[in-house]
Design a protein around this ligand. Structure first.
Ligand code: FA5
Ligand code: MG
Length: 454
């Protein structure tokens, strides 16, 4: 199966099972591209309801606690933190470089970085034309407080409200939340920045698309040529971007599908031999403009959304996404406001591997004579969250290492390898055995309807 994130440096690193899960699936490298395309076609804004009925919140306390942290505690607002530095560098590009580069007076982009992450399903999905039965709405993928309220799964959740408030050019940065698999590049909380620009003179979509591509091409050059490891001159006017002699960083545009944009694209940057997905973007759908009280007959605009960790891991050389959450001084002390520093690893503690095998339920059972089905199915994200809840940041990776179908019962057996490793210290056998026993016990108690330990 192909990993459906479409992220250059993650794709096909190992065999993974991430079933249909994102609303914003790229058309390429995805088994779900057709599905996404189908969903994104011609839907008006309606009060849509999620397919699954949400009876109780699926948010673990430690995730809710992070969501409720004050704005100044959020990583993207902590001075000296790499995510904060990156946010400011991108904002500076939009503040100064953009206007100058395009031979126009600088455009004022309003900046938001403290909007609360608890949003309505209307803002996160409905107004963005995400179909009611789309996989991304499922509680296996999204954190629900209740049926109508979620932890934002993307910063795009603020776009229509900010349009309604009258903003026509803005950047929104925030922490976003997704239930997901576990490895060095995935964490249930990460950070995104959305950018939106609406033009009042209703230029053609072709013109808007060109402006979008030019803007984001410029951003990629600006970021990837930012001087490293020095207290560089932070003035954007003298940044590497204006150095006409420097060879451009190779980028490519890849067709994508997002319900809320047309002519959607992802930008990939060639970085140390790998194509790295940096962002998704497109021309805003007229119905999304309408939801933002903007008349699409008189306006058109573009939007993009980028992942700060993905960029920061590459630019700052951070090998493990958990490190961004580290309070270890050996991590924090390495970074300085406004400077892109190459991270120097301070330790490599040994991993501890534990395997767990189980029979899983992945076919619905007929529950009555009418052929209707009942009950949930096994989902890898549920297992990952169970382990994350018990092991916290000590879990580094969960991979499927073996799988077979019993010839007679047709039941499927899966073996997962859990890698425990702390970025900051050595682990003892006792503590890992204790955690692993708890993991097994919780699978037995909480997943008995979908998994049976072997
Ligand atoms: C979105 O979230 C869209 N809202 C982006 C968008 C906005 C498109 C506006 C068009 C208009 P996607 O799921 O691909 O799309 O995520 C956008 C970016 O977030 C990705 O390119 C990647 O950089 C980052 N990202 C996505 N998933 C993860 C993850 N699990 N961990 C870290 N970064 C991620
Ligand atoms: Mg994507």
């Amino acid at each position: 199966m192909v990993e459906n994130w479409g992220i250059g440096f993650i794709v096909a690193q190992r065999w993974r099972t991430v079933p249909a899960q994102r609303l914003w699936l790229p058309a390429v490298n995805s088994t779900h591209g057709t599905f996404a395309r189908h969903l994104s076609r011609g839907r008006g804004v309606r009060a849509l309801r999620a397919q699954s009925t949400i009876t109780k919140s699926n948010i673990p306390p430690h995730i809710l606690e992070k969501a409720k942290a004050t704005p100044s505690e959020k990583l993207h607002n902590r001075v000296h933190h790499p995510l904060c530095t990156l946010r400011k560098i991108i904002e500076a590009y939009f503040e100064n470089e953009l206007g100058a580069k395009q031979g126009r007076p600088p455009v004022q982009f309003a900046k938001f970085h403290d909007l609360p992450p608890i949003v309505s399903t209307r803002a996160c999905f409905d107004e963005l034309l995400v179909a009611p039965d789309h996989p991304s709405r499922r509680p296996t993928d999204t954190y629900y407080l209740d049926e109508a309220t979620v932890l934002r799964a993307h910063t795009t959740a603020h776009d229509t409200e900010l349009l309604r408030q009258g903003y026509r050019a803005f950047l929104v940065t925030g922490d976003v939340y997704r239930r997901d698999s576990i490895d060095k590049k995935h964490y249930p909380i990460f950070h995104q920045m959305d950018g939106v620009r609406v033009f009042a003179d209703a230029p053609s979509e072709a013109w808007v698309l060109e402006d979008l591509k030019e803007t984001l091409y410029g951003l990629a050059q600006y970021l990837f040529r930012w001087p490293k490891n020095s207290e560089a001159d932070k003035s954007p006017r003298t940044s590497a971007l204006s150095d006409a002699d420097a060879a451009p960083i190779p980028v490519r545009w890849v067709d994508a599908e997002f319900p809320f944009t047309r002519h959607s694209l992802e930008l990939e940057v060639l970085w140390q031999g790998d194509w790295l997905e940096v962002l998704g973007c497109g021309v805003i759908q007229p119905d999304v403009l309408r939801a933002g009280d903007v008349d699409p007959a008189k306006h058109s605009g573009w939007a993009f959304g980028l992942g700060l960790e993905r960029l920061a891991m590459v630019l700052f050389d951070v090998p493990d996404i958990r490190l961004f959450w580290s309070s270890d001084k050996r991590f924090i002390k390495q970074f300085q406001d406004g400077v892109i520093t190459q991270f120097q690893p301070y330790s490599k503690y040994p991993p501890v591997y534990k395997d767990v095998s189980m029979w899983v339920k992945d076919q619905p059972e007929a529950s009555d004579g009418n052929g209707s089905t009942s009950g949930r199915l096994f989902h890898e994200n549920d297992l990952c969250e169970l382990v994350r809840n018990l092991a916290g940041d000590l879990v580094e990776d969960i991979s499927r290492v073996d799988e077979f179908v019993h010839p007679k019962t047709k039941r499927r057996s899966i073996c997962y390898r859990i890698t425990y490793r702390s970025p900051d210290r050595s682990l003892t056998d006792e503590e890992i055995n204790r955690i692993q026993n708890q993991v097994r016990e919780c699978i037995r108690l909480e997943m008995s309807d979908v998994a049976e330990l072997r």
